[in-house]
Design a protein around this ligand. Structure first.
Ligand SMILES: [Zn+2]
Length: 222
C-alpha cells in the first residue's frame, strides 16, 4: 500500500497545494498522514473561536480528502526556528510513516515560513535516511517521489502534473471546512481558478495540480 505524507506549514496549505492529489491517493487506497508544522495565529476574524473549533476545521478537511491521520507540531507562528529539536520531531514521523510520496511547499514559495518548511522537510528526509539520529528510530529510505506544491507563488516551471477532474470538488469541499480562513481570503475560489488554469494549459481542459519534482527515484506503484 502506498504511504503518503503531506507537510503543511499552516493549516490548509496542503489542501490548497495538493488536496486534489491527496484525494486521488485516498481513492486509490493509500495511507495518508498530514503534518501541520505551525500552530494557530489569531486574526481579528477568528479571535472568538476556541482552539478546539479551529483545529476541528483541519479534522473536517482531512475527512473530506481521505487523510486518515493529522499531526500538529504547534510550532510558533513567525517565530519558527529550524532547530535540531524540530528536525528530530519530523525525523521520528518520517521514520514511522516511511512515506513513498512526500508533498511539501516548493522551494521558491513567496511565504518565508513555507520556504522554511521546504528546508525542514528536505533536510529531515535526508536525516531520516541516514545512519545517525538513532534516538528517532531506524533509518528509512528517502521517499520515491518528493513533490513541491504551490500556494502563495505559482510555479514558474514545473515537471509533474496531476489531473484532478475527479477530485476538484473534494478539494474545494475541504477548503470550505476552513471557514475562519475564508472570512479574509477566498482560498476556495483561488484554488479552483488555479486548478482550472493548470488543467487548461497542460491538457486543454479540466483541472490539474502541478508540482516541482524535488526528488524522484525508482518505480512508483500507484
Ligand atoms: Zn501557509
Amino acid at each position: 500500500m502506498t504511504s503518503v505524507l503531506a507537510l503543511a506549514p499552516h493549516p490548509d496549505d496542503d489542501a490548497i497545494g495538493c488536496g486534489g492529489s491527496l484525494a486521488k491517493h485516498a481513492a486509490a487506497g493509500a495511507d495518508i498522514v498530514s503534518v501541520t508544522v505551525i500552530g494557530r495565529e489569531r486574526s481579528r476574524h477568528d479571535e472568538h473561536m476556541t482552539d478546539e473549533e479551529f483545529r476541528e476545521e483541519t479534522t473536517a478537511a482531512c475527512r473530506e480528502l481521505g487523510v486518515q491521520r493529522s499531526i500538529w507540531l504547534d510550532e510558533p507562528s513567525r517565530d519558527l526556528v529550524l532547530s535540531r529539536r524540530l528536525h528530530l520531531r519530523l525525523v521520528s514521523i518520517i521514520r514511522e510513516v516511511a512515506p513513498d510520496i512526500l508533498y511539501l511547499p516548493h522551494r521558491k514559495d513567496g511565504d518565508a515560513e513555507h520556504r522554511m518548511v521546504y528546508t525542514l522537510g528536505t533536510e529531515s528526509v535526508w536525516m531520516a535516511a541516514s545512519d545517525f539520529f538513532l534516538e528517532c528510530g531506524a533509518p528509512v529510505p528517502a521517499p520515491t517521489l518528493i513533490l513541491g506544491y504551490e500556494v502563495w507563488s505559482p510555479l514558474a516551471s514545473f515537471q509533474y502534473t496531476e489531473n484532478i477532474d475527479d477530485t476538484i470538488e473534494c478539494k474545494i469541499a475541504a477548503l470550505r471546512c476552513y471557514s475562519s480562513q475564508l472570512k479574509h481570503t477566498q482560498w476556495d475560489e483561488a484554488a479552483r481558478g488555479l486548478a482550472s488554469y493548470r488543467g487548461v494549459l497542460t491538457s486543454g481542459f479540466g483541472y490539474a495540480e502541478v508540482f516541482d519534482i524535488i526528488h524522484c527515484s525508482g518505480t512508483l506503484e500507484r
